[in-house]
Design a binder for this molecule. Structure first.
Ligand code: Q46
Ligand code: ZN
Length: 272
């Protein structure tokens, strides 16, 4: 509630689509938003992507369905193959040199935005937590990709076919989410995705944990100083350089050049 109110994430009457994966963060967020529906007066619907990662997909879909039904939240399961013509396993096998989670992340962001736009939702809520956001921030700092870091705010306003994104758990550490899930007895999938082994970002998380242990509340103050001090400076720097929104010539969705990153993945796998 503190994050929702501080960053004005929800307005009365909003239609909010929540992306639920079956893991603890998105399921905890589902339970919290479901409980807050009356207080903030918004409509909530869930969406889960069937990524086509073998039996793992079947197991997380079962788990999310149990939770949606328990909370009486309307939901839809969207099959990634119906949306882009490929499963995540097809894409990962077809592009060996790119990390699976990078391919999957690009595709998931695309599909979630596309359905939220087509279903006319005001906002798309995701379960990214404090540790997720700081580890991306650290990676973008290492790579010098500060434009990426500008997308890490709890509220990312949409425009045209880009739906507004909200991250109500942006200031909540992963450990608090795990504890909340345990206390509330939330039934989530403990099994990890088969592609998550060796995924990047673990070392950044460990560094952040060391920092927090040595100096408690470092994580939150690091995030707040980024939002309050560095972000405004970066925004004014990049606003002069930011290009107009372009559209993909194949699917019509927003893109940074004439082909969006998902149509590029599809073309590489299909070897056009
Ligand atoms: S589903 Fe996709 Fe995750 Fe699996 S391939 Fe990686 S990003 S780990 S949250
Ligand atoms: Zn496209």
């Amino acid at each position: 509630m503190r994050t929702i109110e501080r960053y004005k994430l929800i307005n009365p009457g909003d239609k909010i689509l929540i992306a639920v994966s079956g893991g603890k963060d998105s399921l905890v967020l589902l339970h919290i938003l479901s409980e807050l529906r009356k207080k903030y007066n918004f409509y909530l619907k869930g969406v889960t992507i069937d990524l086509g990662i073998g039996d793992y997909s079947k197991r997380y879909i079962e788990k999310v369905e149990e939770n949606y039904e328990e909370l009486k939240v309307e939901y839809e399961i969207v099959n990634v193959k119906d949306e882009i013509g490929l499963t995540i396993s097809d894409a990962v096998k077809g592009i060996r040199r790119r990390a699976p989670c990078s391919i999957c992340g690009t595709i998931k962001r695309y599909v979630l935005n596309k359905v939220a736009y087509e279903w006319k939702f005001d906002k798309l809520a995701t379960g990214h937590n404090l540790d997720d956001i700081l580890s991306v921030l650290l990676r973008s700092y290492v790579r010098g990709d500060y434009q990426q870091a500008l997308k890490l705010y709890p509220l990312l306003p949409g425009r045209d076919k880009l739906v507004t994104k909200i991250r109500p758990l942006a200031e909540t550490p992963e450990s608090d989410i795990a504890l909340y899930g345990k206390i509330k007895g939330i039934n989530f999938l403990e099994e990890k995705c088969p592609y998550s082994v060796n995924s990047k970002g673990l070392v950044h998380r460990e560094m952040l944990d060391i920092l927090e242990r040595e100096s408690p509340s470092s994580k939150l103050s690091m995030l707040r100083s980024f939002y309050n001090v560095y972000m405004p400076a970066l925004e004014s720097y990049y606003s002069e350089k930011s290009a107009e929104l372009k559209y993909c010539k194949y699917c019509g969705m927003p893109a940074s050049d004439d082909t969006c990153s998902v149509c590029k993945i599809v073309a590489r796998v299909r070897k056009y």
